[in-house]
Design a protein around this ligand. Structure first.
Ligand code: AMP
Ligand code: MG
Length: 277
């Protein structure tokens, strides 16, 4: 099955999140089989990232969005953790600083875009400026509503200049979120993750749904598609995201660059060095 095709939001299609089952599990593999498949995919992803780094022609930007406790941190750890840190960079977007607020909303994101040969991961992103900003009325409607076009133009620019873009919305339902909040309370190692905002944001569930649906419907393009990832089951989420990223990188048919040196000459020098010790 191609998760890429199945979970991609068709450009221009209207998304109804209520209609998408957050509990979805890939039919076919059992959980154990899926975990084995996932391990193989992360190995493959390491190789593909290495190739991208060596080729030094393109970059990959992964955007992660989702409600509190949707699993953005876990996705980064499990799916992208095995990659070589030398070629990856994670940027977590928090409440903007004074300096950031004094610029246009894309300024801080553009600076964090991945350089050639590397993988950039956005843990939250420029989309916060049409999500939390909209839900809390941090700027006027006529300002945030213009941002969808700016976002599409920004992503088109990155794409034109050699960046592949994949955007994942981690879709959990209300019950799952509450369950995860409970685990954060019950597990002392997770207490630090709790924030008051988790609960106040939950009260805006419907407003966020509307804002996410607009994002997914207006900003899924051929060059920067959105995927709605059913994320109640962490193992299914990991498998599906790894599969989509791997498929995308595989399709590039990347090649190691030709060596810049004359290999015959280098071999001759090596044998000479070997002889003389
Ligand atoms: P966390 O991801 O749990 O560390 O929380 C980061 C917080 O920063 C979230 O509550 C986001 O909604 C908030 N945030 C991120 N970007 C923006 C933004 N552009 N404007 C306002 N709040 C933001
Ligand atoms: Mg949080």
């Amino acid at each position: 099955m191609s998760y890429f095709k199945e979970l991609r939001v068709e450009p221009g299609a209207r998304v109804d999140l209520e209609a998408i089952d957050a509990d979805f599990r890939p039919d076919g593999p059992s959980r154990d089989e899926a975990e084995e498949e996932f391990r193989e995919l992360t190995e493959e992803l390491r190789g593909l990232q290495h190739l991208m780094y060596a080729e030094d022609k393109r970059s990959l930007l992964v955007v992660l969005q989702g409600r509190d406790a949707a699993g953005k941190d876990g996705t980064i750890r499990h799916v992208f953790g095995p990659m070589n840190p030398q070629g990856t960079r994670v940027t977590s977007f928090k409440v903007p600083s004074k300096e950031e607020l004094a610029h246009d909303f894309l300024w801080r994101c553009h600076k964090a875009a991945p350089k050639r040969g590397t993988v950039g991961i956005f843990n939250r992103s420029h989309y916060e400026d049409v999500l939390v900003v909209r839900v809390h009325g941090l700027v006027e409607r006529d300002i945030w509503s213009r941002r969808f076009d700016h976002i599409n133009a920004f992503e088109r620019l990155l794409s034109d200049e050699g960046t592949l873009i994949l955007k994942f919305f981690l879709h959990i339902d209300r019950e799952e979120q509450l369950e995860r909040f409970k685990k954060r309370i019950d597990n002392p190692k997770k207490n630090w993750k709790i924030s008051d905002a988790d609960y106040s944001e939950r009260r805006h569930w419907e407003a966020y749904t509307e804002a996410f649906e607009d994002v997914l419907s207006k900003c899924s393009t051929d060059v920067a598609p959105w995927f709605v990832i059913p994320a109640n089951r962490k193992w299914a989420r990991n498998l599906v995201i790894a599969d989509i990223v791997a498929q995308t990188l595989r399709d590039l048919e990347m090649r190691f660059p030709e060596p810049e040196v004359d290999m015959a000459e280098i071999r001759r020098k090596y044998h000479e060095a070997e002889r003389s010790g």
